[in-house]
Design a protein around this ligand. Structure first.
Ligand SMILES: [Zn+2]
Length: 105
């Protein structure tokens, strides 16, 4: 569905979350597969999108009129808002020094 986050546990929609950015699933097959693994989709439809909640802040260009997602960005947060800044900074620190993809469940 257009304008609805396609992550089953999220499902935010544009109507209720006007300030949220929504990003369409990428065309690159490799990156697309990583999105699929993250969101546990059985198959990926071209119109699937995820909201900004699942990406690092620095992967999003907050441009007007439409925010853009950095190329090759992969979703990694099931929910970003539940973490306080301290924890986020800690996770970023960890990310810098480890190659593991951190997925919080
Ligand atoms: Zn979402």
């Amino acid at each position: 569905m257009v304008g609805v986050c396609a992550l089953a546990s999220c499902k935010k929609n544009k109507k209720e979350h006007k300030n949220y950015a929504f990003f369409m699933v990428p065309k690159d097959p490799d990156i697309r597969r990583q999105w699929q693994e993250f969101a546990k989709w059985r198959e990926v439809k071209d119109y699937y999108c995820l909201c900004e909640e699942h990406f690092l802040d620095e992967e999003i260009y907050k441009r007007h009129p439409r925010p853009l997602l950095k190329k090759n960005s992969v979703p990694r947060y099931l929910k970003k808002s539940v973490y306080c800044n301290f924890e986020l900074n800690y996770l970023r620190f960890k990310e810098q020094y480890s190659s593991d993809i951190i997925i919080i469940t």
